[in-house]
Ligand binder design. Structure first.
Ligand SMILES: Cc1cc2nc3c(=O)[nH]c(=O)nc-3n(C[C@H](O)[C@H](O)[C@H](O)COP(=O)(O)OP(=O)(O)OC[C@H]3O[C@@H](n4cnc5c(N)ncnc54)[C@H](O)[C@@H]3O)c2cc1C
Ligand SMILES: NC(=O)c1ccc[n+]([C@@H]2O[C@H](COP(=O)([O-])OP(=O)(O)OC[C@H]3O[C@@H](n4cnc5c(N)ncnc54)[C@H](OP(=O)(O)O)[C@@H]3O)[C@@H](O)[C@H]2O)c1
Length: 473
């Protein structure tokens, strides 16, 4: 990969796989949970590394969150959704998005891209659909017992390692504790929003300042009888295009420190203009200290008066929502665009608990105390998830094959603490910032670690496959 590897061109598309790859039975057997954009990257990496694997997907198609009305019942996709990370930034390293896609592809184009990826690399029949992973537990010998329910029956299978790719934008998080008072109208979470018909002719209050709130508030401004957006904290709202280019297509070396990314975001915020001038709360953090929020439509909606800006909610009062500044609006629908919980319903809470949305991991991927359990796509990049999930997946397969050897346990923990502290210091404290990473720096750092581990592996004699699955085996 070169230093600007996300700027892939059509010619970078890897050849289609015509011959199946035979798994090597001497390698650890892996269970991949989920076939969203992270799970399919993990499945491809296992397939190409000849690692025997099963990939279980509860739905009937790949693509997870990007599939509108996904039969898996947990996609947050709505009809106007498009990516907020441009196509080159979002594409896997060896499979650019089609050249005819717009800079920011629509959800159906993104879903089609994931389907093409699976077909192109011969993974179609390697994914087991309509099969839910219900339970994952460790057996006495350190292997993994995975209980799955398919169309016909529930069964248990044994694996040497488990890759968790179940996504972290499906478990809706509503205010907890709830706001005081009672509300006579309807309440829904942004996860259940699909199209503007749900808002048409109603008095809508959208709560939140993330990307979901932006999109739904813009839709409400066009279709609702009245539309209000309530934010407990202001955000720097970036435009998707700056100086005529998608704003994330800046050609900088990937080893650049965080302050360069932060400076880029600050410049973007300045050029985009502060939406506090249009009545939204003034951000109390500097640009670059939050997960990027982007919207082309929010300024038009506010300027035209079709969307009323309000501060955070103080209380609910029958048919009214009362705000922190004492003002109130009449409402019959509240849309809580208040984010998501990180959760793994199939993991025993005694094995692992997520506190306040936080699950510290080494390189956001490896649990230092649970050998053989890996997480892919469990991060919030300032940039897109897919290339990072891809890099994590390849790294895991190197670890499983023994071509990568991790540093000492003490070094792993030291790195983990250092990275965790650095990332948490950069972003204001919030449940939405527990796993934020810098896209470019993350890729660069992981590449560097993979090279180091390859050198350690070369200096060691080959291990037996059962010793390869853990960090500290
Ligand atoms: C509205 C919205 C817009 C977004 N926009 C962007 C964007 O523009 N760019 C970006 O990079 N990211 C974006 N994201 C983040 C998004 O999470 C990622 O784009 C991407 O969907 C993550 O892929 P994933 O595979 O990790 O998770 P998902 O897409 O959620 O896929 C997880 C898959 O696992 C399956 N699964 C879950 N549990 C089980 C189980 N127990 N057994 C079997 N299968 C299971 C699910 O059915 C699903 O198919 C957005 C998120 C939301 C909510
Ligand atoms: N492609 C796209 O255009 C697009 C569209 C939608 C979503 N997304 C992505 O999807 C992911 C989730 O985004 P999201 O917007 O759904 O969630 P989010 O980024 O987690 O934002 C949640 C928002 O709700 C606020 N909030 C949380 N609890 C609250 C409470 N009790 N009362 C009032 N406000 C509260 C948060 O405020 P604080 O900051 O103060 O915590 C924040 O503004 C992100 O990765 C995002 O980029 C992308």
């Amino acid at each position: 990969m070169n230093r600007m590897s996300y700027l892939v061109k059509d010619k970078d598309r890897a050849p289609a796989r015509s011959m199946p790859i035979a798994p090597d039975p001497s390698l650890p057997r892996v269970c991949v949970i989920g076939a969203g954009s992270s799970g399919i990257a993990a499945a491809k990496a296992c397939y190409e590394a000849q690692i025997p694997f099963e990939c279980y997907e509860r739905g009937t198609v790949v693509g997870g969150n990007w599939v509108y009305e996904n039969p898996n019942g947990v996609s947050a996709c709505y009809d106007t959704l498009e990516i907020n990370t441009s196509c080159p930034r979002m594409a896997y390293s060896d499979f650019p998005m089609p050249a005819h896609y717009p800079a920011y592809a629509k959800h159906h184009q993104v879903a089609a891209y994931f389907e093409d990826y699976v077909a192109h690399f011969g993974l179609g029949d390697r994914i087991t659909f309509s099969t839910t992973v219900d339970r994952v537990r460790q057996s006495g010998d350190g292997r993994w017992l995975v209980e799955v329910t398919g169309p016909d029956a529930t069964r248990e299978e044994i694996f040497d390692a488990v890759i968790v790719a179940n996504g972290h934008h499906w478990d809706a998080r509503s205010p907890d504790p709830a706001y005081p008072g009672t509300f006579d109208g309807e309440q829904m979470h942004s996860h259940d929003y699909r199209h503007a018909d749900q808002l048409a002719g109603r008095d809508v209050v959208v709560v939140g300042a993330g990307n979901s709130a932006m999109d739904i508030a813009v839709a409400a401004s066009q279709r609702a009888r009245s539309a209000t957006i309530s934010q407990r904290r202001g955000q720097w709202v970036l435009r998707k295009f700056l100086l005529g280019r998608p704003s994330d297509q800046i050609n900088l070396p990937t080893w650049m420190p965080w302050w360069v990314t932060s400076a880029r975001l600050s410049l973007g915020a300045r050029l985009s203009g502060n939406v506090a001038r249009l009545g939204l709360p003034q951000p109390s953090h500097r640009p670059g200290q939050s997960h990027p929020v982007q919207s082309e439509g929010i300024r038009t909606a506010l300027r035209s008066g079709a969307l009323t800006p309000k501060p955070g909610i103080e209380r609910l009062d029958g048919v009214h929502v009362v705000f922190a500044d004492g003002s109130s609006v009449r409402a019959d629908l509240i849309v809580w665009a208040t984010g998501y919980r990180v959760s793994f319903p199939f993991l025993d809470p005694q094995l692992l608990t997520v506190r306040e949305n936080d699950l510290p991991l080494w390189k956001r991927c490896v649990h230092p105390d649970i050998p053989g359990l890996y997480f892919v796509g469990l991060l919030q990049p300032v940039g897109a998830v897919m290339p990072l999930a891809e890099a994590q997946s390849v790294w895991i397969t190197e670890l499983l094959r023994g071509t990568y050897v991790p540093p000492s346990d003490a070094e792993v923990r030291a790195q983990m603490t250092r990275d965790d502290l650095a990332y948490k210091k950069r972003f204001y404290r919030s449940a939405r910032h527990t796993m934020e990473v810098d896209f470019d720096h993350y890729l660069w750092d992981l590449r560097r670690e993979r090279r180091r581990g390859a050198r350690r592996a070369a200096a060691r004699r080959p291990q037996r496959s059962t010793e390869r699955v853990g960090l500290n085996a």
